[in-house]
Design a protein around this ligand. Structure first.
Ligand code: CUA
Length: 324
């Protein structure tokens, strides 16, 4: 009976731990900072276990022993050794080690800087290559080179958000009127999912983004393409875009659409997700989003375009997908 309980408990723990994996997990670390945070967690946990086990051991020992059979010297040894020296040694070493790894978690900008601004409920993403004052503007997706440290400058629109890509590093608040900084050094190329980690309103839980880590060469190539103006061919889709006033909120570099109210759409079609990480970049999802953004993201500022015919919606969506 007891063995069966133990097997059951083991299976339960395994199934819970299995849920800790995946693209948005601190345990699937793909960056130097996330790996170091995992070390920090393991060492802190080990320290806590050492303290917990030894203090409980001492407690059991002294409560089970008859007082008259305990010498004064032993009693004092237990109190001073177990109650003062042991916690001090363990906690001081943990603190010293924790402080020693802090500087590496700070921003150290020499190369690329990416400015990310938390909006309701999407991310404005601006790339500043070294020495450049004018950013390459994008939105709702972060691309980073592997094996390089990138400085991340964080800002916020109207309310506080928190930037967090668990697989790459720790979280940092984004505060209106202030600039906060962090840096990330991804190691393994791949897609890591990020999520806003500070309650920021109705659609806080629907404010995600993919962080796409590319090999150095691939990243340089991508950044060059991202810097280019939009390839926005003439046609029915373009006519609908401008007729419906999409350019009053969105920018398409190289066209009359130049507003910064909503996400920049210059290379929209090359992104891996839609509406800040919550929908797949697919025709049907895009049609549904344009027709009624509020149905997917309550409180989204983009108005519904449900007065457009199904054909117009599809034509517009197909044209937007071509903006690679
Ligand atoms: Cu933005 Cu929560």
């Amino acid at each position: 009976m007891r063995q069966r309980h133990q097997v059951g408990l083991g299976l339960l723990i395994l199934s819970v731990l299995a849920g800790c994996d995946g693209p948005q997990s601190v345990f699937s670390a793909g960056g130097a900072d996330a790996i170091q945070l995992n070390h920090l967690f393991t060492v802190m946990l080990a320290g806590a276990v050492v303290l917990w086990v030894s203090l409980n051991g001492l407690f059991l020992y002294v409560t089970r022993r008859r007082p008259e059979r305990m010498s004064r010297k032993l009693a004092e040894g237990v109190i001073i050794g177990g109650g003062i020296v042991l916690p001090m040694v363990v906690l001081t070493s943990l603190l010293a080690w924790g402080l020693s790894i802090m500087p590496e978690q700070r921003a150290q900008g020499q190369g690329l800087t990416v400015r990310i601004t938390g909006e309701e409920w999407w991310w404005r993403v601006e790339y500043f290559p070294p020495g450049s004052e004018t950013p390459i503007v994008a939105a709702n997706e972060l691309r980073l080179p592997a094996d390089a440290r990138t400085e991340i400058e964080l800002r916020a629109g109207r309310v506080i958000h928190s930037f967090w890509v668990p697989g790459l590093g720790g979280k940092t608040d984004m505060i209106p009127g202030r600039v906060t900084r962090m840096s990330l050094e991804p190691l393994t190329p791949g897609i890591y999912r990020g999520q806003c980690a500070e309650f920021c309103g109705a659609s806080h839980a629907l404010m995600a983004l993919n962080a796409v880590v590319l090999e150095r060469g691939g990243f340089e190539q991508w950044l060059r393409a991202e810097a280019a103006p939009a390839n926005a061919p003439e046609g029915a889709g373009r006519t609908i875009f401008f007729r419906e006033g999409c350019g009053a909120c969105h920018a398409l570099r190289g066209t009359p659409a130049a507003s910064a109210v909503g996400p920049d759409l210059t290379h929209f079609g090359s992104r891996t997700s839609l509406a800040a990480g919550i929908l797949p970049m697919e025709r049907e999802a895009l049609v549904s989003w344009i027709a009624n953004p509020g149905a997917h993201k309550p409180g989204a500022r983009m108005p519904a375009y449900d007065h457009l015919s199904r054909t117009d919606l599809e034509t517009l969506a197909a044209w937007l997908e071509e903006l690679e």
